[in-house]
Write a protein that binds this ligand. Sequence first.
Ligand SMILES: [Zn+2]
Ligand SMILES: [Zn+2]
Length: 373
Amino acid sequence: MAPNTTAASKEAECVGESADGAPATAVASQAAPEAPRRVWVDKYNYTGKEIIWLNTIAIVLFHVLTVVLTLYVIRDITVLTGLWSVFVGLAGGFGVTGGVHRMWTHRSYQATFPMRVLLMLCFATSGQNSIFDWVRDHRVHHKYSESDADPHDVRRGFFFSHVGWLMMRKHPEVRRRGAVVDMSDILQDPVAAFQIKYHLPLKILMCLVIPVGVPVLLWGENFFVSFVLLGMARYMFGLNFTWLVNSAAHMFGNKPFDNRIASAENRIVSVVAMGEGWHNYHHVFPWDYKAAELPDTNLTLHILHFFKRIGWAYEFKSASQSLVECVTKRYGDGSHPKYGCATPEIPIEALDNPEIVDRLYGDEVEEAKEKCA
Ligand SMILES: [Zn+2]
Ligand SMILES: [Zn+2]
């Protein structure tokens, strides 16, 4: 679908621009010159379609049971247990978005030791893979998006990119590329190494025992209700919200920053995935800690700002506005409210679209209108 478009190549094309806090050379090192991208016509040319039946049955059974049992206990859920499940869900979500994604995978900011411990525990609460597997898969996903080497290649459809990829053996190209991706920084981090070593017991403790046990022990919640809501429903929603980034945010939405890639800007995904739905921006500027151009619908960003204030998170990297402007004018689909008008086929009327304007603030709207008039 797309030529090899990395943030680094854009960086090089926009002479004189650089990501704030990220030297051009450091950014350039993220380039993937030999990415094995294929065109859409090849999309089903794949021979390794073995289904892992154990995973498939487990995932399907888990979802069916969770829906049925949640409906069964839904009237018995107390306000306190409901609030607790939201809190646990947000903690697990932040472990994924602010932890394993923006910090460990992309190194978009630095975190102190206590912060990394907190992120690791939050991530364990989400009940996902080990930090090693998660980071490796996601680095490969960014480097080889929409190719055979992409673990959740969206060219193979919504279901595959959402959850189907977890039910099948990896494409040989995914394994080959994943085996050589640089993971030295993860292995050298003692906090990440601890989680990798004790992944399963940590998962049982943080994703099941504590979330289910707290309502039972502290305010006398019925064990079965707590188990279904915290151990099953909260877990199921958390997983699916994360998966939506790989599926929906690679299929539905506009592409103001680079029209040549599948990832798109998707507000709904951003709401449920705590700010990870601004996925067109994120794939163009993956080192940016915001994972979005603007702070809107980006809960992770606001939580990170809190930790920045107390000194637990620092050295935040972000794309400069001039770099964003340059890349957007060159590759965007024209839907960017401020720079989109640079594309001739996009009329200024786009600025009157409340959905688009909603993403801008104050004077920027008027400035953009004057500029395009
Ligand atoms: Zn993606
Ligand atoms: Zn990413």
